[in-house]
Design a protein around this ligand. Structure first.
Ligand code: CA
Length: 551
């Protein structure tokens, strides 16, 4: 019984793209990986002024590389040394301010059936997607109407921080970012003096060169959703018909990369003028150095769009990085399917996941062709794309104003209630027209309500079974009601509250954490609650403080 909940909570996985085989709703074990023997170290003094030999001696480690711009050193230590003893040795060195593992970040790719080519995320007519699921018409990002207003700007730079971009893809090659100083410069020379030679369309943090060609496919897939060239009578169309896609590669041919290269990649994208940084990757634990480069991207006025993660877990209680960094420009995206329901694999979080977007069976450009993939990896570029489209139309907006606009104008979807901050999906049309959609009449938080007071023992007892009858009196003609749990904290899957309607039908079974949430809709004005607990782990219990109703 110790497996659930807290035991698994600090183990972070890195899957942002999922295969069809993991849709069963099974929470995969999160695994934190780091490059063996490698550590990222911030010195208290200026790294640039110290020779590698001196650094090596002072740190008692061999020096793999330095990142003078960020005042960081990457050290290598004996592989037999445990991670904790290496970190302890480094942190106790008086010269060292920060020492952390060189975490590994990943995408995880398995393509779905590529036969059907509908871009349901852009326009959902209720068509069947490539996984065979029948869609619900209108569950899309409303971009077709938005294109009557704005189709994007070739001035807007979006960095795809990923596996690179296929520079020769017919749908992408005309929308690549171009570093004019390098394009007009001399081959083999760092014409703009930014530390990278010939970085014409982007940067490869792994090799330190300007060759950010995609050797995997994932970055090109994300890039296609953001800005596959539109109105060109070929292939697909991105959210932006025109945009500058900056290829910033730190994930390798296997979709894997490390903290050292992630730091360089984000730093490059921020200082080279990308307004939107699209991040469909994850892994590691909290990293102070990654936190710092993201904070710097915020200072420079960009939005850091991050995939929520594919562990089917709650980011409010089990952080997933980089999505869970508390920086105001981090904008976190969950994935929904073509019915408007949160994807089985998608992480969620009422406090930490901002918005949702199409992320199941998404068709886009990859590896010289096209394919249909799933993941919060695929949801993220929809939001990056809409942010860029809005910014192209209203360039005076600040990054935080763009984020606020996307949140305020998100389309409410009943399936996202309590799953994200907005409870809605991104809408390009609403964002461009600043249309705040009407409240969802099926959302119980919009209903009239009366105060109520029903609660378990707090904490509750082991091996208990307690029945509570709830009846809403004093209001005539009630058709439906919903119970508001100010607190709900029980041992997930073991200590459960079952809600029955007046006819004895089960309405909902609640377990785990359900604070600040309404129950499902209960027909009529009365219900029976049965709370059962097992013999171990008693938590805080539950408390109902109001009942919402409609007539
Ligand atoms: Ca350069």
């Amino acid at each position: 019984m110790l497996l659930k909940g807290r035991g698994a909570r600090l183990l972070i996985s890195s899957l942002l793209l999922v295969s069809g085989s993991v849709f069963a709703g099974v929470v995969k074990q999160k695994k934190i990986e780091a490059v063996p023997g490698e550590y990222i170290v911030r010195l208290k003094t200026n790294v640039a002024k110290i020779s590698k030999a001196q650094l090596s001696q002072a740190l008692g480690s061999s020096i793999k590389s330095t990142i003078p711009r960020l005042n960081l050193v990457v050290v290598k230590r004996a592989s037999f040394e445990t991670k904790s003893s290496a970190l302890q040795a480094l942190k106790s060195n008086p010269l060292v301010a920060i020492a952390e593992p060189n975490f590994i970040y990943k995408i995880n790719r398995t393509p779905n059936d590529p036969l059907l080519s509908q871009l349901w995320g852009m326009k959902n007519l209720g068509q069947v997607d490539s996984g065979g699921g029948v869609g619900v018409a209108g569950v899309d990002i409303d971009v077709e109407k938005a294109w009557d207003i704005e189709t994007g700007s070739s001035k807007m730079i979006v960095a795809v921080i990923d596996t690179g971009i296929d520079f020769n893809h017919p749908d992408l090659k005309d929308n690549l970012w171009t570093n004019q100083a390098e394009a007009a410069g001399i081959a083999g020379i760092d014409d703009d003096g930014n530390g990278v030679i010939d970085d014409i369309h982007g940067y490869n943090a792994i090799t330190g060169t300007g060759d950010a060609t995609d050797d995997h496919g994932h970055g090109s897939h994300c890039a296609g959703t953001i800005g596959a060239k539109g109105n060109d009578e070929k292939g697909i169309v991105g959210v932006n018909w025109d945009v500058q896609l900056m290829a910033v590669k730190f994930l390798d041919a296997n979709g894997s990369g490390n903290l050292e290269d992630a730091l360089k990649a984000i730093d490059y994208a921020s200082r080279m003028g990308a307004k939107v940084l699209s991040n469909s990757w994850g892994g590691g634990e909290f990293s102070e150095t990654l936190f710092e480069v993201i904070k710097n991207s915020n200072k420079l006025g960009s939005i850091f769009v991050a995939a929520a993660g594919n562990d089917a877990s709650n980011n409010d209680t089990s952080p997933s990085y980089p999505a869970s960094f508390e920086v105001e420009n981090v904008f976190v995206v969950g994935a929904i399917n073509n019915k408007g329901i949160m994807a089985d694999f998608s992480n969620f979080g009422k406090k930490t996941v901002h918005i949702s977007a199409p992320g199941v069976n998404i068709y886009s450009s990859t590896g010289g062709a096209y394919d249909s993939w799933s993941g919060t990896s695929m949801a993220t570029p929809h939001v990056s794309g809409v942010a860029a489209l809005l910014w192209a139309h209203e360039p005076q907006l600040t990054s935080l104003e763009v984020m606020q606009r996307l949140m305020q104008t998100a389309k409410p979807l009943a399936g996202l209630k309590n799953k994200t901050k907005t409870g809605g999906m991104v809408s390009a049309y609403n964002a461009l027209t600043n249309t705040v959609p009407p409240p969802d009449p099926n959302d119980t938080s919009n209903w009239e309500s009366v105060a109520a007071d029903y609660a378990s023992a707090m904490p509750y007892l082991p091996n208990s079974k307690v029945t509570t009858d709830v009846t809403l009196v004093g209001v005539e003609g009630i058709k439906d009601m919903a119970l508001y749990f100010e607190k709900f904290d029980t041992e997930g899957n073991y200590d459960t509250l079952t809600i029955f309607d007046a006819n004895g039908n089960t309405v909902q079974v609640i377990s785990g954490n359900y604070d600040d949430s309404f129950s499902a809709v209960i027909p009529g004005n009365s219900a029976k609650l049965v709370f059962t607990s097992d013999g171990s782990v008693e938590k805080g219990g539950w408390k109902i403080t109001k009942i919402a109703f409609r007539k």
